[in-house]
Design a binder for this molecule. Structure first.
Ligand code: FES
Length: 359
């Protein structure tokens, strides 16, 4: 009786869930909850049904490709007719804009043309590709292993350890000249470490307003900086630099005045600020974007690139985001005429970390 019930139960399970030859006890093959909906009925495209529309699509595609050619030629002409003049910002802008427009047009037109060609003109047949095992069959794998072993045997790669190790050494040493060539990326007459470590700031240099580009505004008096205000600052002598934009990119500073009682300053930094006025590098220590947003109420500086936040009241320490170290501080004071001046360069290299930052 029990056997009968068992048999009928198995029969039901087999009927409901799986093939009839499945073994008892392992035959639970759940039915697929989502049935294969199959393909919707094939609909012909307008370009398949109407010869005129087919021709129009063809014209559109080759027009797009010719437009791409025009874009490429335009980029080449823009490169020649809008050259970059060192120190001329307008020339750089025009060069970048027109070369960029040409290249955008060239790439965009190729992309749109190719997509339109595929969708409107190429064959519209639907087909199936059955999946097949990716691994090779056992005979092929065995043959491959045999070939490796034979090669090892004939070359003596495992046997002749001196030869093998010297070859490995040669291969490891081979890329080293490529690394030394990187030195050519920095100016030959200046030490790249010094370049990355130091800025134009030095003792006695006045803090001046940044008026954009390579121009420098007037020097700033401490009395001009009211509580809550922010100044974008550059060294007053920036104009004397041989490479103004690069020097500015390193030396740019944000100046803020807070209530002195709000500042948390360790003893060694007590004289780095002046009456609540603090100056920090504007170059984010993450990957170097300008930290340009100051939140007056919280005294937080925000980098718009990846949202790192720095606390101005507490040595510009990182309070949020991917930056790993505080913004370097520029020690400041005032001169006899009340103008803000630097006491030295920044307390450490500005911007993202580099290979010799800690030395
Ligand atoms: S560059 Fe500032 S957070 Fe990334």
């Amino acid at each position: 009786m029990a056997e009968e019930a068992n048999q009928s139960g198995t029969a039901l399970a087999t009927q409901a869930h799986g093939p009839e030859d499945a073994a008892v006890g392992t035959a639970v093959i759940p039915s697929d909850a989502v049935q294969n909906p199959g393909l919707p009925p094939h609909r012909k495209r307008v370009t398949d049904l109407d010869e005129k529309k087919n021709k129009r699509a063809e014209r559109t595609v080759f027009t797009l490709f010719y437009l791409s050619v025009a874009g490429s030629l335009g980029a080449v002409l823009a490169y020649m007719f809008f050259p970059i003049e060192t120190g001329d910002l307008m020339a750089i802008r025009l060069h970048t804009m027109f070369v960029g427009i040409g290249m955008t047009l060239a790439l965009l037109a190729i992309g749109i043309g190719a997509v339109h060609w595929g969708k409107a003109l190429m064959s519209d047949q639907e087909g199936f590709d059955e999946r097949h095992p990716v691994a090779s069959d056992p005979e092929t794998r065995e043959a491959a292993a045999e070939i490796f072993e034979l090669a090892n045997e004939e070359s003596g790669f495992s046997r002749r350890t001196l030869v093998r190790n010297s070859l490995l050494g040669a291969l490891i040493a081979f890329p080293l000249p490529g690394i030394t060539l990187l030195r050519s990326l920095a100016p030959q007459d200046l030490d790249p470490v010094t370049l990355a470590k130091h800025t134009m700031w030095d003792e006695g240099i006045r803090l001046a307003r940044d008026t954009g580009g390579s121009s420098v505004g007037g020097a700033i008096k401490a009395a001009d900086v009211t509580i809550g205000s922010v100044f974008h600052v550059v060294p007053e002598n920036l104009g004397q630099a041989t490479d103004v934009l690069n020097e500015k990119a390193k030396a740019i500073v944000l100046l803020m005045r807070l209530d002195p009682s709000e500042l948390i300053e360790p003893d060694e930094r007590k004289d780095w600020s002046y009456d609540g006025i603090v100056a920090y590098s504007k170059v984010c220590t993450h990957v170097g974007c300008p930290v340009a947003l100051y939140e007056q109420h919280t005294h937080h500086l925000l980098c718009p690139c990846h949202q790192s936040q720095f606390d101005v009241t507490d040595q510009a320490k990182v309070i949020f985001g991917p930056a790993k170290r505080p913004l370097p501080q520029l020690p400041i004071t005032v001169d006899d005429e009340g103008y803000l001046i630097a006491k030295s360069d920044f307390n450490e290299p500005v911007g993202p970390s580099f290979w010799e930052r800690l030395k």
